[in-house]
Design a protein around this ligand. Structure first.
Ligand SMILES: *Cc1c(COP(=O)(O)O)cnc(C)c1O
Length: 359
């Protein structure tokens, strides 16, 4: 069996060492005679797995005591609703920055609950950039400001952390754990696990403790941060196996030198790929250079008729899932933490060779 370099945007690659450990522990977790999947989430074995995963996540992200960590379900998409339901309080308005497809979804969902003021949008630039904060039209009395640090589909990343006087909320689904962040600046950080954390089915939420406990009156209890915080994310059966696998990933990150080290490698991987694109007239990336994503690199071929051939030949070289999002076309290489640098090197070599033969 040979494993491929999988450039999927999500669910995405997991570290091979993590998969091997999971495989080794699959039938018998540490002498218990059962798989983690078969354990009671309230038993002491599983509790130890869950607690270690949480602590490793806190350590690796340097999460301060002021913030709570929740292991939830429902994906980032459920957070699009949970954020306004939990943070609106007695306010009427919330501020959102619109930088692409995921921002738009978050905005549409928030509109079900309150007035949404879009402080800035790059839609007129076809979402190829991030609007500088000087020109934002902030509300006087917003409950929070929401933004998407990395737009997974457009490959557009904020080169700065917004500076506002209200709780800052970030959808970090495709950028969490890719580099250090100062968690103390954020009211809420959330991320679906399937990009840079672990398997689908788990959603990580980091929430400032003093924002918990003011959910709107008819909020379903499963949508209330307070309910999950009080029960250590065990108000109901959590996604136990995904939580366990995420824990293995957190431990893997710690062992590899933490997020500073990840940032170094991720930046280098992205730089190699953008350099290859920029050095050629055959490939192009439309994103404003300072806003180019380290995680999702969209690119087009000079002749879109060659897209199918490119994908077929890439697959033969074990370079898979490079097709761009249906709304953008072209290609997209997602290069999260688990994508080895050798995978990016192989992609660059293939791209150069393909251009030589077809350019
Ligand atoms: C993938 C993604 C989502 C959607 O995540 P689900 O877990 O599928 O709900 C939301 N926001 C961003 C930035 C994403 O990359």
């Amino acid at each position: 069996m040979s494993r491929v370099y999988n450039f999927s945007a999500g669910p995405a690659m997991l570290p091979e060492a993590v998969l091997k450990q999971a495989q080794q522990e699959m039938l018998d977790w540490q002498g218990t005679g059962m798989s983690v999947m078969e354990m009671s989430h309230r038993g002491k074995e599983y509790m130890s797995i869950a607690e270690k995963a949480k602590q490793d996540f806190i350590d690796v992200m340097s999460i301060p005591d002021t913030h709570e960590v929740l292991f939830l379900q429902g994906g980032a998409s459920s957070q699009f609703a949970m954020v306004p339901l939990n943070l609106l309080g007695d306010k009427k308005t919330v501020d959102y920055v619109n930088t692409g497809a995921w921002s738009k979804k978050a905005i549409a969902e928030a509109k079900r609950f309150c007035d949404v003021n879009v402080v800035a949008s790059s839609e007129e630039q076809n979402f190829s950039t991030v609007p500088a904060q000087d020109n934002w039209n902030l509300s006087d009395d917003a409950a929070y400001l929401h933004y998407t640090p990395n737009e997974t589909i457009g490959g557009v990343e904020f080169p700065f952390v917004p500076d506002v006087n209200v709780p800052l909320v970030a959808d970090m689904s495709s950028t969490i754990l890719s580099r250090p962040v100062d968690v103390s600046k954020f009211g809420v950080i959330y991320a679906g696990a399937q990009k840079n954390i672990g398997p689908a089915g788990l959603t990580m939420v980091i929430v400032q403790k003093d924002l918990i406990g003011q959910a709107a009156k008819h909020t379903p209890s499963m949508f209330d941060y307070a309910v999950h915080a009080k029960s250590d994310s065990m108000n109901n059966t959590p996604p136990t196996y995904a939580w366990y696998l995420a824990g293995l990933v957190f431990a893997w990150l710690k062992e590899r030198g933490g997020l500073e080290k990840m940032a170094e490698v991720n930046q280098r991987k992205a730089a190699k790929l953008y350099a290859a694109i920029d050095a050629s007239d055959f490939y192009a990336n439309p994103v404003d250079v300072p806003c180019r994503s380290w995680m999702n690199v969209p690119f087009t071929l000079a002749d879109a008729e060659l897209d199918v051939t490119f994908l077929e030949e890439a697959k033969k070289q074990n370079l898979t899932t490079l097709k761009g999002h249906r709304s953008v076309g072209g290609m997209r290489a997602s290069i999260y933490n688990a994508m080895p640098e050798a995978g990016v090197d192989a992609l660059v070599a293939f791209m150069q060779d393909f251009e030589k033969r077809n350019g």
